[in-house]
Design a protein around this ligand. Sequence first.
Ligand code: PBG
Ligand code: ZN
Length: 354
Amino acid sequence: MSRVELHRGYGHEVFRVWQTAGGPSPDRLIWPLFVVESPRAREPIPSMPGQFRWGVSRLREALDKPVAAGLRAVLLFGSLQGGKDPFGRKADADDAPVPRAIRALRTAYPDLVVIADVCLCSYTDHGHCGILTSEGHVDNDATVRRLAEVAVAYAAAGAHAVAPSDMMDNRVAAIRAALDAAGHRTTAILSYAAKFASCFYGPFRDAARSAPAFGDRRAYQLPPGGRELALRALERDVNEGADFVLVKPGLPYLDLVREAADRVPVPVLAYQVSGEYSMLLHAARAGAFELSTALHETLTAFHRAGARAVITYFAPQLVAEAAVRLAVRSEPGSHGGRRTPLNRLTTRRGRPLA
Ligand code: PBG
Ligand code: ZN
């Protein structure tokens, strides 16, 4: 009989929050961050206004305020300008951006949950998420072996969780076995289980410099209409040892967040992806709605659908707003500094939300 180990899904206090149903709150937000080789870099990402690629020695500039305001989790991606090869060797090199960032963040912020995305597309010269055969197809099993190596390196650097986003078959089992064999028995796996081939990843590929040099990802990411495939992928990944599963993109696939939450016995997280970020930002800038109002409505929708946490590039803004609200409430004469759920925030005009 295969072992079913539950501890790693609730060993950290933030994971325990995610094990419990609830509405929007700062400890249910995860901020995705891009890290680069040049230590002092702070590069604006043109397709994602307000987001930057960070050098490892400037990460405190990115995170001091959000962490002080209540941010509890980050998701790390590497972005390289050169040095790519067919196997993505820079994914897990000791001096590569992600392992260095993991170590730096674990030292700087002892209470912050550090999650590392596991994929090869930022590191391969062809920009695909796996190792290719000589005919240019993805070699599933060679890829899975390589992903397991990368996951072990991130766990060794101190990641609380690894998040495979490659969509290869059976990588969760391979990663779990490799982590166990290397003694990383408490490292959680957050699987991008229901990840669809989506145009909403466009800005991300700009940020991570990870667009495929030829072809597309439709042979490994799910077809947008593929409900049954998504359900099978979710179930498969849970059976292989995923501690948390992800549905991605977010709002366009909210039906699957609900179905996953109803069907799979692990917490379901939603990813409000780069294209959703840019869409909301540009719509707000064009005067379509007030950004903060729209963001809180999307968060309410994710939690209504059953998400236990949301990965969003808006996380710093959202925790900052929550902290301001908290400070106002704890002023003398107000009704105390009780924790405010994010959906009880007011807009700048003072209207209550949701
Ligand atoms: C890499 C990866 C992607 C995203 C997360 N991990 C892009 C892709 O699959 O092409 C998308 C995240 C976003 O758009 O914000 N495998
Ligand atoms: Zn990838």
